[in-house]
Design a protein around this ligand. Structure first.
Ligand code: THU
Length: 133
């Protein structure tokens, strides 16, 4: 699966977004090392804090199917500029793939790319947890 195919899966997944509160629909698609792709969309809740981002839905679907290694994630929004994952999603993604490639696309087809360790430098990790004095 190449970058454009992954972006297409994210754009399609955005159609399933449940965002009646923010009206901000997001789609995501994460590519596991074995080539399988898992899609996700944001799912909001009347108890706003119970909402979840598209990126974490895609990742959690994959992890729940036994995946632990990932190559790339694509994110689709209907914004003027493509958007990068929120801080919580950056942290959660870095647990499994600190070097993850990120491809963000808007509905006009504009793409922005980054590496997770560029947008989450000096991430807190499980090694930090083992460093208690
Ligand atoms: N959201 C995502 O799904 N991914 C992002 O990268 C940013 C924010 C969702 C969460 C919420 O449902 C809505 O967009 C507005 O924050």
């Amino acid at each position: 699966m190449n970058k454009n195919e992954l972006l297409k899966v994210a754009v399609k997944a955005r159609n399933n977004a449940y965002a009646p509160y923010s009206h901000f629909k997001v789609g995501a698609a994460i590519l596991a090392k074995n080539g399988k792709v898992y899609s996700g969309c944001n799912i909001e809740n009347s108890s706003y804090g119970a909402s979840i981002c598209a990126e974490r839905v895609a990742l959690f679907k994959a992890v729940s199917e036994g995946e632990k290694e990932f190559l790339a994630i694509a994110i689709a929004t209907d914004t003027k500029k493509p958007v990068m994952p929120c801080g919580i999603c950056r942290q959660v993604l870095s647990e499994f793939a600190p070097n993850l490639k990120i491809y963000a696309i808007n509905i006009d087809g504009k793409v922005k790319e980054a590496l997770l360790d560029q947008i989450l430098p000096d991430a807190f990790t499980k090694e930090d947890l083992e460093d208690i004095k």
